[in-house]
Design a protein around this ligand. Structure first.
Ligand SMILES: C[S@@+](CC[C@H](N)C(=O)[O-])C[C@H]1O[C@@H](n2cnc3c(N)ncnc32)[C@H](O)[C@@H]1O
Length: 246
């Protein structure tokens, strides 16, 4: 399957995701907390980091809050998303916002002057790429990391069975419904389920199994590859570039 990133470039898709979906991602706060705990365990001094497919910069923002001295690079294909990231994070000499498509390896050149990175994070973005390209991106990340650096991917992965898919969808719809009730929108759960199934960004998902992706990381040389959190199709996985670069 080929990637189609055009939807993310639109104001409509960006706003819908940021206003209606991001805060409803099941266990979103716990995922961010786990990202920070893994970073603390592996790289307690974060000099610099890259947030790849940053959206409005939610992951990088969490890193900056915990490591205010760090320098962050925020890369995304979508101008509206990057505008939201700038709004959220403000302009600051230690931050760089880069519009680039990681669908081909040219993006690497745009961050080279900021590399190597202590940490690379990515949230719900790489799954829009075909599998060969996912693996290519993981290799590019490996090369951009400092020896001992950490890659963390908060990612949507392929379920192993149809019932896991259904459980994931039900969980997400329940979360959207309870958010909607809190905001007094009067939408029924059925209506919310319809909107969830019809969402534009769903069509550009190319999900790969967690185990396959962890195997790719190991093949590329990452060590301590692990899944740090998982609920149905939502995972946080990653690995470390060995200190002695081979
Ligand atoms: C589901 S959003 C997640 C945003 C953010 N990382 C988060 O966790 O909230 C996916 C993001 O990936 C970006 N994206 C998708 N394909 C991309 C590509 N080929 N190159 C760069 N960014 C891409 C989208 O523009 C969007 O901001």
């Amino acid at each position: 399957m080929e990637s189609n990133n055009e939807v993310w470039k639109t104001e409509e898709c960006s706003e819908k995701f940021l206003k209606n979906i991001r805060d409803c991602i099941p266990l979103a706060l716990e995922q961010i907390d786990t990202v920070l705990r893994v970073i603390q365990g592996v790289a307690p001094k974060v000099g610099n980091f890259l947030d790849l497919g940053c959206g409005d910069g939610v992951l990088g923002d969490a890193i900056l809050t915990k490591y205010p001295e760090s320098r962050g690079v925020f890369l995304d294909i979508s101008q509206p998303m990057l505008q939201n990231a700038r709004k959220r994070l403000g302009s600051n000499k230690k931050l760089e916002f880069i519009i680039q498509d990681f669908g081909n390896s040219k993006w690497v050149g745009s961050v080279k002057s900021n590399a190597p990175f202590d940490v690379v994070v990515s949230g719900l973005a790489i799954h829009h790429q075909p599998d060969a390209r996912k693996k290519g991106i993981y290799k590019e990340i490996y090369e951009l990391l400092v020896p001992g650096g950490l890659f963390l991917n908060l990612e949507h992965v392929a379920p192993k069975s149809q019932w896991v898919r259904k459980a994931y969808e039900d969980l997400f719809i329940d979360s959207l419904y309870s958010f909607s009730k809190k905001n007094n929108t009067n939408k029924s759960r059925e209506r919310i389920a319809e909107e969830f199934h019809d969402r534009t960004s769903k069509g550009v998902n190319i999900l790969a199994p967690l185990e396959t992706q962890c195997n790719w990381l190991e093949e590329l040389g990452f060590i301590d590859v692990d899944c740090f959190m998982k609920i149905f199709e939502l995972t946080l996985f990653g690995g470390i570039k060995p200190k002695r670069y081979q």
